[in-house]
Design a protein around this ligand. Sequence first.
Ligand SMILES: C[S@@+](CC[C@H](N)C(=O)[O-])C[C@H]1O[C@@H](n2cnc3c(N)ncnc32)[C@H](O)[C@@H]1O
Length: 484
Amino acid sequence: MAVVGYLVAALATCNRRGLSRHICNTVMASLLVPPTSVRGMTKLDRSKFTTIVELPVIRLGKANLARVMPALKKYMLKMQKFKPIQKYDDADDDGGKIAYLDPVKVQNFEDIDESDQKLLSDNDVTDFFKKRVSLNYDNWPYDQVLKAVFPEGAEVPNSYSKIGHLVHLNLRDSQLPQKHLIGQVLLDKISNTKTVVNKLNTIDTTYRHFAMEVLAGDKDTMVTVSEHGFQYKFDFATVYWNPRLATEHQALVSFIKPHDVLYDVFAGVGPFAIPAGCKGNRVMANDLNPESYRWLIENAKLNKTRGNVTAFNKDGREFLKVEVKNDILKRRDIGTEGSEHIAMNLPGMAVEFLDVFADWFNREEAEKVCRKPPIVHLYCFVKLGKDADPHALAKLLVEEKLGHTLTPESLLTIHHVRNVSPNKEMMRVSFMLISDILIGYKPVAKKLKIDNTDLFLDENVIGKDGKEQGTPQDQKCVQGSRSS
Ligand SMILES: C[S@@+](CC[C@H](N)C(=O)[O-])C[C@H]1O[C@@H](n2cnc3c(N)ncnc32)[C@H](O)[C@@H]1O
């Protein structure tokens, strides 16, 4: 209370001296934070967050709320689980109401804009005073609670991803001593959360899923997520899922027209395959991870793909060389309508599979296939140097691995999928397997340096700034520099 009293006095001085609004805001903002005594807490004690503050209040009496609200709305106090309009609880009150105002915005009636003051005065709403209020743990969002308990100046975990009922964190080493408290706070504060997990610093590089530790809540990593109206069920501890790919999943599926076929080489639990199957397209979807394969089959049933999706559990190279090849040849033999789309979403590695196309078909087969060239949608990461163009880098990378220049005849689109981290972009290069690629050989002019030791950032964790947060991983990434 002494601190609060001091701050109120400081603000009054601030107002009197006409000091800048910025300084006053800084002082007042600190009024509405949890008590400093919680700093350093490692075991969550919610009762320790209760504190008394003095808030500006305006008496509404019997005023017509609909009339005064336009003038009051922007000044009202917005805190979690706090009603800014309440009954005035003094004994002599006849049931009128009061509105709690934000002390950062208003300390006196004069702080309210003149036009709003007039509207309030016209409705007899001018009685402005301060009132003591008890705030508690429920009133602060998770980041303010964490900021209060963390050591002064320490980096607070301000990012997480939500996968069904599960909150997924990627904590830094310095945050680990308070990991269980962090888990509990997120469990309390993030709606529809039953489990909070932290990514451990290892990644299964083959199947692209994370080892994780349950910090709070049920030890249950089985989730059901909804994406563009489709349901996906899986165990997040054993398969890959990234909520930031939702837009891309829909974008790719929108290219697939009636009679087209989708060959999904790295299908995961089916976010390309299932929407395409539900549209009525035939889909052959493959994933090397037996768990992804299992959930792919389950999800095809769950979303009623009506037998359009066939699942495979093979290495992508084998899948392309045998299943995809045979299916394309069969389609040419019977003269089927539509195009073939080959989706290759394993951005750190997919380019390494492009050499398959060099001797995929013999000359006679290739000539048949190229009558309607199959379309490849290849995903990759590019790391940008100064002034580098991610589109140009993605094109160069594909050309180098493919052994062919992508010409206007073969190149369809180069699309920026998302920013992964500062200077690292995920790209999609869509191109057609024309006869030059399937039969001929054209050496590429430019070579890129591939740096295998680059940092790979966790693809699943979203920062408040929209960027991803992560830890170093051993994953290939393309540098934006060229060698001759
Ligand atoms: C980045 S995830 C993409 C999954 C899915 N397409 C999506 O958009 O969510 C890549 C997938 O490739 C699978 N994978 C990794 N290496 C593979 C390989 N050699 N052959 C086939 N699948 C592989 C992983 O198990 C993972 O499910």
